[in-house]
Design a binder for this molecule. Structure first.
Ligand code: TMP
Ligand code: ASP
Length: 237
């Protein structure tokens, strides 16, 4: 399907219109951003890995009955996706302590939680993606109670499937962020699931293999994404 005008430019992806108003082309760029866009670099090959990585995960989730926006892979960097009316919120699940929860609650990195912790964030870089709760979402009219329950249920189900998938490759899924949207009243997983938006550690060594390598200047960012991809069986061609 032919790519037409640019619809939106994100920090690591661009969305283009097509001749079908219901379908968009999602292009993964090599741009890598952290700290709400304060640190940005180009990492050669990242877009390709992330496109293939995301498609592998979305196909896996789809096979488990989770509705995902992916329609088909077009090439290395581009995929055709369903156009969604996105909720302006981020759904985060944490299995282990890392990142902002450590600062917020004074936790030591690596502590395993008894149960996965679910958190909502408001997607707004200028405000630093602040944490919000169900009441904010309902009061601002972003989603109703039924949709909120559905978003939580889907996110926690996805967590179960992905914890399992990564564990089979001796990898720990520490935490991740998802974004959802609606098409004809049905909720779909949109955006992406790649090492840009999750934390994944080697089970034995606890080596960080995700975007924390970029945030913390640990090096070998794309190589680490490739390692995860290789270990879970993504075909990078
Ligand atoms: P945090 O520790 O910074 O709150 O992030 C938790 C997880 O969610 C981590 O894997 C990174 C991901 N995340 C994003 O990718 N983008 C975001 O805007 C936020 C808030 C989290
Ligand atoms: N994805 C967000 C950003 O690009 C947050 C982060 O990854 O640090 O700023």
């Amino acid at each position: 399907m032919e790519k037409k005008d640019l619809l939106t430019k994100g920090k690591a992806k661009e969305l283009f219109k097509t001749e079908d108003a219901n379908k968009l082309v999602m292009e993964f760029t090599d741009d890598t951003s952290a700290f709400d866009g304060k640190k940005i670099e180009q990492l050669a090959g990242k877009g390709t890995v992330n496109n293939r990585f995301n498609n592998f995960i979305m196909r896996h989730l789809d096979s488990k009955g989770i509705p995902c926006h992916l329609l088909e892979e077009i090439n290395d960097r581009e995929s055709l996706v369903l156009s969604l009316d996105m909720f302006p919120i981020e759904c985060v699940v944490r299995n282990y302590a890392a990142g902002s929860i450590c600062k917020r609650l004074g936790l030591e990195e690596g502590m395993k939680f008894k149960n996965p912790i679910f958190e909502f964030f408001y997607k707004d870089d200028d405000l630093g993606d602040p944490m919000i709760n169900d009441n904010h979402i309902i009061s601002f009219g972003w989603a109703g109670e039924e949709d909120i329950d559905h978003l939580k249920k889907l996110t926690l189900e996805i967590n179960d499937y992905l914890v399992d998938l990564f564990l089979k490759a001796d990898l720990i899924l520490v935490d991740f962020k998802l974004e959802f949207g609606k098409n004809l009243e049905k909720i779909y997983l949109g955006d992406e699931f790649t090492p840009d938006g999750c934390r994944i550690w080697d089970k034995e060594t606890k080596k960080k293999l995700d975007k924390d390598r970029f945030r913390q200047d640990l090096g070998d960012v794309v190589e680490s994404y490739q390692e995860i991809a290789y270990r879970i069986g993504v075909d990078l061609k």
